[in-house]
Ligand binder design. Structure first.
Ligand SMILES: [Zn+2]
Length: 141
């Protein structure tokens, strides 16, 4: 089994991510079956507004967990699955499996943007157009 490591750019992006979530990402990369990189963690209010009011609309909320929360940290991270160094958008489920395994070990609760209502399927998210495969957020540290 190939061992993957977070590159320096990915590690740098863990800055201001909630420590439990950062630990979850760091643990997940040690047993993921596919390489992934950290795309986005902290988002400014301005950027969230752009994504919300922009065309195409890139988010459905102005109250994103990517914004700095009351505890001073972002609670959300976007992880891009990589195959041969290229983004593999159909492999988000594989990253999700590694993230949930890591969350279980750490004893934290997370939610995946590919299964917002946590019914174990991405089918309804695809139907509603709310599927956000790279997105993970902290529910309980
Ligand atoms: Zn996100």
């Amino acid at each position: 089994m190939t061992q993957y490591y977070l590159g320096s750019r990915s590690l740098g992006r863990l800055h201001k991510l909630h420590p439990s979530m950062a630990a979850c990402v760091a643990l997940a990369i040690t047993f993921t079956e596919i390489d992934f990189s950290v795309s986005e963690t902290v988002r400014s209010k301005e950027r969230q507004h752009e994504l919300f009011y922009g065309t195409p609309k890139k988010t459905w909320t102005l109250d994103s967990k990517h914004l700095i929360q009351d505890d001073g940290f972002s609670h959300a991270v976007d992880l891009i699955p990589l195959l041969g160094g290229q983004a593999a958008w159909d492999k988000c489920q594989v990253v999700s499996d590694a993230m949930f395994k890591a969350a279980g070990i750490l004893g934290i609760k997370i939610r995946w943007g590919g299964d917002w209502n946590q019914n174990g399927s991405s089918k309804d998210e695809h139907q509603r157009g709310s599927y956000d495969g790279p997105h993970f957020e902290l529910l309980q540290a």
